[in-house]
Design a protein around this ligand. Structure first.
Ligand SMILES: [Zn+2]
Length: 368
């Protein structure tokens, strides 16, 4: 289903005028989303049929591994990520400062403690084994920490066996889990959130929850060696083939924002496992993340990203990564409460125009 994405042609012409070393440290300023590409919502009449297996025969992995007999989970070693216990208050939900953003959910862990994604094992992470792709984010916290509904809706699952569809399966990778079907959707598609590895569940299917209602207690059931909440956002259907990056859906602390990027080669094929560094020009603090694959996880309907970093204080940053033995850099402004987007397309360099939205992510096979 992949097809060539038209790139910002004017921008490409500009790049052609740069010296021969253009791709090495070619630095430009973008401060955000171009408004030149009209947004066309994905047609709700298209039926998506999930492809049951990845091309290498593996399945998307809801937690860490695709099959119980190969379980070798260990928490990643924390890197040199700047972590502060204090954050500004969250924006109220829902928040959509631009027509492309959808910060519909609040944090599933209370704001008086760490309630953001573990930076070492984000959505799309493939650090544990090839083909086992992380379909959510992990928020480490103490056993028994209250887990809260990220938005209003009806409980549609509250037991073991979410992955295997067998409520008696205590070996299910999700452990004890809760799924909420929300009262609102996006682009005429239903939204679900998933809360996994719980120690206790306090709700039953059919129960309606308001934002912030406690649904359980944080635990370490299922595939995990340490207590944390595995949180997913599912769009269109309640399956692990329908996840989206939660960092594009969880509301930001006030004054903070999100970076999203689509980083591909010159032909538009996503570059995976690329380490991307973000350096704050003001504080010199550094963040790192890694691009994720086009299989097992899905890009946003609009951004079609393969890199997201949320919870970034607004301000100016230099982004850098290595590709084809060269360092590529771009300066961006992280906007308050919004998504800042950039694209990189191999030898064509950087741009800020997202791909056309009419393309369904190519992992899926649209059927008439
Ligand atoms: Zn997880």
């Amino acid at each position: 289903m992949r097809s060539t994405v038209p790139f910002n042609f004017l921008f490409f012409l500009c790049l052609l005028t740069l010296p021969a070393c253009q791709t090495a440290s070619a630095t430009i300023d973008i401060s955000l989303k171009s408004t030149s590409t009209p947004f066309t919502p994905v047609s709700s009449s298209v039926t998506l049929t999930p492809t049951p297996l990845l091309s290498n025969g593996s399945t998307p992995d809801p937690t860490t591994q695709s099959t119980p007999d190969t379980m070798r989970f260990s928490l990643p070693t924390p890197g040199a990520q700047p972590v502060t216990a204090w954050r500004p208050p969250l924006y109220p939900v829902p928040r959509a400062a631009s027509p492309f953003d959808h910060f519909y959910f609040t944090r599933p862990i209370a704001v008086d403690q760490k309630n953001w994604s573990s930076p070492d094992y984000r959505y799309g992470g493939i650090f544990f084994k090839p083909g086992a792709v992380h379909t959510g984010i992990d928020i480490p916290a103490e056993l028994g920490t209250p887990v809260l509904a990220a938005g209003p809706g009806e409980v549609v699952w509250a037991s073991w066996g979410l992955y295997s569809s067998d409520p008696t399966n205590k070996n299910d990778p999700y452990g004890l889990a809760v799924v909420i079907q929300h009262d609102f959707g996006y682009n005429d598609q239903t939204l679900f959130t998933v809360y996994a590895h719980l120690d206790q569940v306090n709700v039953v299917p059919g129960q309606w929850l308001q934002t912030g209602d406690q649904l359980g207690e944080l635990g370490q059931t299922g595939f995990t060696t340490g207590p944390h909440l595995h949180f997913e956002v599912r769009l269109g259907a309640d399956t692990y083939f329908n996840t989206r990056n939660p960092e594009l859906w969880l509301v930001q602390p006030q004054g903070w924002g999100v970076l999203a990027a689509r980083i591909t080669d010159s032909y538009g094929y996503v570059l995976t496992d690329l380490d991307v560094t973000l350096l704050s020009e003001e504080t010199k603090m550094e963040w790192t993340s890694r691009t994720y694959p086009a299989l097992g996880v899905s890009g946003d309907e609009y951004y079609q990203e393969n890199l997201v970093m949320s919870d970034l204080p607004s301000g100016y940053y230099t982004i850098s990564f290595q590709y084809l033995q060269k360092t590529h850099e771009i300066k961006v402004q992280i906007l308050d409460g919004q998504v800042t987007y950039f694209a990189f397309r191999g030898l064509n360099g950087f741009g800020s125009t997202p791909p056309p939205t009419e393309k369904i992510f190519f992992f899926f096979t649209p059927t008439p």
